[in-house]
Design a protein around this ligand. Structure first.
Ligand SMILES: Cc1cc2nc3c(=O)[nH]c(=O)nc-3n(C[C@H](O)[C@H](O)[C@H](O)COP(=O)(O)OP(=O)(O)OC[C@H]3O[C@@H](n4cnc5c(N)ncnc54)[C@H](O)[C@@H]3O)c2cc1C
Length: 414
């Protein structure tokens, strides 16, 4: 039987980062997963560490835009009709939290975390020897019409207020930054505070290796085995049971598999998204992530090729894949860049663990002494992993948190 201070359940970007920060505070931590680190949602994202992020991806409030989504004419989204009744309460809460004033509140609450996100990554990536996976070149959003660009007025005003750096470009200005682009857009915004990761799964593996080099234990096991053992928490691993004073749930979209039987019902769904890799045609260089706002997809330079990641699909977590957005996005992407063949036979399907107010939960699990949560990072989990680890470890160690953790409390749902 192994004994430790904390068992961290889930070795995605969130769990690995939490484990490293607990270790840095002198706590003995065991990191547990049923798969190797970084092979869940954290494997296949768009690789943007978005310090400049402001408004979360929102539910449309304009009836005409909503109609386009409902009719599946908007490649930004897809949905499974059969799953809508089950998703309806979540979607209603999401709709309310997508009102303009609510988005500003969310952006302001998340700002302390996002502003520190890249620096906290660098503090892990340096000793992990993974800085070469990060390119500090910002990301570029492309607008195919003046109307799409005009819709960014509120976000740019907030950026000015919060001192988030960006540059507006016309077509020529954007082409100077990314010469391979074809001029199918009228405006672009270059958000400066973003690192582009060429291998998000590899980054998590490098952080996990750092945790092990520093004496941490990485064990294989099913997190659903977690249960009370007297005053402690016990989990079953391939190496036998692990007893810990405290446990942290970082199971991303699978967190409810553990939490629901413990009596914790959170409004956590999977905002599904796909990726494929396209072979860059000879000479194609992409210096940073490019987002085509009209399609809601991103293109990122990765070690596997140019990664195209889709917008959101609303469907049950385990429902069969329906990658129609990939089919819609690829022709649009080829309008923008000289892209060759798709490298996979089947698109990768990922599940963004999403709460309706687009903020994660970071902090204690109400009513369950010694259990902590770091779940629901939605579209920004890669970005927020290390800063989440810092905040949670500060709270657990009794240090002064670097920011008020109240906006991230599970109490807002329980
Ligand atoms: C298409 C797409 C694009 C994205 N782009 C970006 C981006 O550019 N920037 C950004 O910041 N974020 C992005 N995200 C979001 C980001 O990828 C997620 O928020 C993040 O990966 C969530 O991390 P996690 O550690 O919570 O979950 P995961 O990475 O899914 O980790 C959960 C872990 O739990 C383990 N697990 C599950 N069940 C069990 C069990 N029973 N027992 C043991 N272990 C278990 C899994 O094996 C897994 O390793 C994107 C997501 C998608 C899908």
């Amino acid at each position: 039987m192994a004994r430790c201070d904390v068992v961290v359940l889930g070795a995605g970007i969130i769990g690995v980062s939490v484990a490293l920060h607990l270790q840095a505070r002198g706590l003995s931590a065991v990191l547990m997963d049923h798969a190797p680190p970084g092979e869940g949602t954290s494997f296949g994202n768009a690789g943007c560490i978005e310090g400049s992020a402001l408004f979360p991806v929102a539910f449309p409030h304009d009836p005409l835009v909503l109609l386009r989504h409902a009719l599946k004419q908007a490649p930004e989204s897809n949905y499974h009709l059969a799953d809508l009744p089950a998703l309806a309460p979540w979607l209603w809460a999401y709709f309310q939290k997508s009102a303009p004033a609510a988005l500003v509140t969310t952006a302001r609450e998340l700002r302390p975390l996002l502003a520190r996100a890249r620096a906290e990554h660098h503090l892990l990536a340096e000793p992990a020897g993974a800085m070469d996976l990060l390119a500090p070149t910002g990301w570029l959003k492309l607008y195919r019409t003046p109307a799409l660009f005009a819709a960014t007025t509120a976000e740019r005003a907030l950026a000015d207020d919060l001192k988030v750096a960006y540059t507006v470009h016309d077509t020529a200005g954007a082409l100077a930054l990314e010469p391979a682009l074809r001029p199918r857009f009228t405006h672009a915004i270059h958000w400066h505070d973003c690192d582009n990761c060429s291998d998000p799964g590899g980054l998590v593996k490098a952080y996990a290796a750092l945790f092990e080099r520093r004496g941490g234990l990485l064990l294989s096991g099913d997190a659903r085995s977690l249960r009370r053992a007297g005053p402690r928490w016990r989990a079953e691993t391939a190496e036998g049971p692990v007893d810990a004073e405290e446990a942290v749930v970082c199971l991303g979209p699978w967190s409810l598999d553990l939490l629901a039987p413990l009596g914790i019902q959170l409004p956590l769904i999977s905002k599904r998204g796909y990726h494929v890799h396209l072979a860059p045609e000879q000479g194609l260089q992409l210096g940073r992530a490019v987002v085509d706002v009209a399609g809601g997809y991103a293109l990122q330079n990765t070690r596997y090729g140019i990664r195209l990641t889709t917008g959101v699909e609303f469907a049950g977590r385990d429902a069969a894949p329906t990658p129609r957005q990939v089919e819609q996005d690829i022709p649009m992407a080829r309008e923008l860049l000289p892209l060759g063949a798709v490298r996979e036979s089947e698109p990768w399907l990922g599940r963004r663990p999403a709460l309706p107010d687009s903020k994660p939960i970071i902090g204690p699990a109400p009513g369950l002494a010694g259990l902590h949560l770091a779940v629901g990072h939605g579209h920004w989990g890669l970005t927020l992993g290390p800063v989440t680890g810092l905040l949670l470890a500060q709270m657990m160690a009794g240090d002064t948190p670097f920011t008020d953790p109240k906006p991230f409390s599970a109490r807002r749902f329980l």
